[in-house]
Design a protein around this ligand. Structure first.
Ligand code: KG4
Ligand code: ZN
Length: 351
C-alpha cells in the first residue's frame, strides 16, 4: 500500500510517499523557521501564509523525486488533522480533501503526536543517495516518549491504535523549555538546536558547572513532568546576574540541556521498570537532541530489570515530516470520506 502523507501542523510544510508504512520513497520538508528566527518565534498567521504558498510545490516534489511519477500508485492520502495551529492545519487538511476528491482516493486522518512515534517503524529510506535500513521493528508492548515543541507524553502502546497515556507534562513541554530558555539567552529560534550546539561545544571543552537548575518532579513517583520552573529559574539568573550569564551562555546552555535530559531519562526509565515494555521508542523534535539520545542509550544499557529494546530514529525523522504521517496511517488504517474530515487543533495523544 502506497500512501501520500501531508503534514502542516506547525511551521513545516511536508509531503512524503511511503510504502507499507516502512519504506520511504520520498520525503520533502519546507520550513519557514528562518522567517520565524527573525521574529524570535512563530507568528501563526505568517506560518499559514507560507504554507499556502509551499504546499503544492512540496507535494509535487514528493510525487516526482523518484524517477517515476507516483500519482497512479497512490492508494490513499494521509493528513495531520491535529493537534497544531488551526490556520496551518487547515492548509494541509483542505489540500488533502481537494486531492482526494479530484483523484477519487480515500483520506486517512492522522494524529500528529501518534505519528511522531511511527518514526520508529520506518525501516528503509535514502538520504543523499545512501540507503539506510533498520532490521528491527518495535514489538509490543512498547513505551513511547514523545517530546516535541508543544507536548511531552509517556505513552504505553499495546498494539497499533491502542495507546494509554501514563504520564506527561503538567505545564510546558520539553521543546518549549528549550525554546523559551533560548529566547531568554538571546539565542536564535528554534531554541533546541541552538542550545544543543552551544552545550555540545561547552561539554567538549569544560565540565565545570557553577550554576545548577532544578530537576522538577524528579523524586516524585508519578510519570509527570513540569518544565515551567526551569524557564523561571533561567529568567531569574538572567535578571540577577545578567553580565555573567551573557558571558557564559554555553555553560548555561549545557546546564539547561542537562536539566531537561536528566528528568526525561529518569522518568522514562522509571516507567520502563514499572511497565516492563519490550520496546522503548523515542520520538518528537527533541529526540533529535544528541545528549538525550546518548544518555538514554547508556542508561538503558545499565538497567538491571528485564531487557528493553531501545529505538531512536534518525534525527530528520524526529522533527516534523510527512513520512511519519504516512507510516502512522498505514498501521492505523481508517479511511474516512473527505466530507467527514476536519482539523482539530486541540487533539491529544489519547484521542
Ligand atoms: O516535533 P517537532 O519538530 O514539532 C512539534 O511538533 O512541536 O518539535 C519541535 C521542537 C522545538 O521545540 C525544537 O526546539 C525542538 O523540537 N528540537 C530540539 C532539537 N531539535 C529540535 N530540542 C533539542 N535539541 C535538538 N537538537
Ligand atoms: Zn511534531
Amino acid at each position: 500500500m502506497i500512501i501520500l502523507g501531508i503534514e502542516t501542523s506547525c511551521d513545516e510544510t511536508a509531503a512524503a510517499v511511503v510504502e507499507n508504512g516502512t519504506r520511504i520513497l520520498s520525503n520533502d520538508v519546507a520550513s519557514s523557521a528562518e522567517m520565524h528566527a527573525k521574529t524570535g518565534g512563530i507568528i501563526p498567521e505568517q506560518a499559514a501564509r507560507q504554507q499556502v504558498k509551499a504546499i503544492i510545490p512540496v507535494i509535487q516534489e514528493a510525487l516526482l523525486t523518484t524517477s517515476i511519477h507516483l500519482v497512479p500508485y497512490i492508494d490513499a492520502i494521509a493528513v495531520t488533522v491535529g493537534p497544531g495551529l488551526i490556520g496551518s492545519l487547515l492548509v494541509g487538511v483542505e489540500t488533502a480533501k481537494t486531492l482526494a476528491y479530484v483523484w477519487g482516493k480515500p483520506i486517512i486522518p492522522v494524529n500528529h503526536l501518534v505519528a511522531h512515534i511511527y518514526a520508529n517503524f520506518i525501516r528503509e529510506f535514502t538520504i543523499s543517495n545512501s540507503q539506510f535500513t533498520n532490521k528491527e521493528t518495535p514489538k509490543f508492548p512498547a513505551l513511547a516518549l514523545v517530546v516535541s515543541g508543544g507536548h511531552t507524553d509517556l505513552v504505553l502502546m499495546t498494539s497499533h491504535g491502542k495507546l494509554k497515556r501514563v504520564g506527561g507534562t503538567r505545564d510546558d513541554a520539553a521543546g518549549e523549555a528549550f525554546d523559551k530558555s533560548a529566547r531568554l539567552l538571546g539565542l536564535p529560534y528554534p531554541g533546541g538546536p541552538s542550545i544543543s550546539k552551544l552545550a555540545d561545544r561547552y561539554l567538549k571543552t569544560d565540565n565545570r558547572k557553577l550554576i545548577l537548575f532544578p530537576r522538577p518532579l524528579i523524586d516524585e513517583r508519578s510519570f509527570d513532568f513540569s518544565f515551567s520552573g526551569l524557564k523561571t529559574a533561567v529568567a531569574r539568573e538572567v535578571q540577577n546576574h545578567k553580565k555573567y550569564i551573557l558571558n557564559h551562555k554555553s555553560e548555561i546552555a549545557a546546564e539547561i540541556q542537562e536539566a531537561i535530559v536528566d528528568v526525561l531519562v529518569d522518568k522514562t526509565l522509571k516507567a520502563v521498570e514499572k511497565y516492563k515494555p519490550r520496546s522503548l521508542l523515542l520520538s518528537g523534535g527533541v529526540a533529535a537532541n544528541k545528549r538525550l539520545r546518548k544518555k538514554l542509550q547508556s542508561s538503558v544499557q545499565q538497567l538491571n530489570s528485564s531487557p528493553v529494546n531501545l529505538f531512536i530514529p534518525e534525527p530528520r525523522l524526529c522533527t516534523d515530516n510527512a513520512a511519519t504521517i504516512a507510516s502512522c496511517a498505514f498501521f492505523n488504517n481508517n479511511p474516512t470520506p473527505w466530507q467527514k474530515i476536519s482539523a482539530n487543533p486541540e487533539l491529544t495523544i489519547a484521542d
